[in-house]
Design a protein around this ligand. Sequence first.
Ligand code: ADP
Length: 215
Amino acid sequence: MKVVFFGPPGSGKGTQAIKFAQRFRNPHLSTGDILRKAIEEGTETGLKAKSLMDAGQLIPDSDIVAIVRDRISQSDCQSGFILDGFPRTLEQAHDLERFLKGHSEELDYVFEFKVPTELLIERITGRFSCKKCGAAYHPTMNPTKVADVCDRCGSSDFMKREDDTLDTVKGRIAVYEGQAQPLLSYYSRLGVCASIDAVGSVEEVFNRVIKSIEK
Ligand code: ADP
């Protein structure tokens, strides 16, 4: 399956994309994760991306498109992939379509995640994750079962993303809103867009995603 998870920051698309990737046994490709790894490793791409990401701005289309093309060309992506955080601009969507057409392929679904802005801000400014295994939590909406212990791996080493501050979050949501409409119109015309109400528990939202496919 070739699928795009699309939505504002904090809409839960990353969590859902991981679950979806596990269910359908396709690799989960998060461009945000790829860039954060590049920053951690101190690569040239990472150095270039860091200040833009810290400011909540998009990195240039040409850079991200090259990263995604390279990744989806790898052998584990031949039977499908779950894109999370890409495409984010019309130019990126056009490039993805050109790439897929060149391989006689096309996207199966684009899931659009919808959440009211106030809830996005509450979710993101509170969220934190396990440094060891990446499991995501929120102090009130999704706390760890035992205080300060990761449910999944037992670690007590947690982190917050540097771009999850209130100002940056507002900027990232504005960037999303500036890009979303043309992209959604484009994917609606292609007939692959499914709109998902992303307010609710992880399981409830996941069931909506699966139902939208069954339709
Ligand atoms: P979120 O969706 O919560 O904002 P991501 O982890 O998807 O978080 O992205 C974090 C940052 O990485 C973005 O704010 C942007 O700077 C950069 N980034 C990720 N994907 C892209 C992309 N497709 N195009 C440009 N920049 C990107």
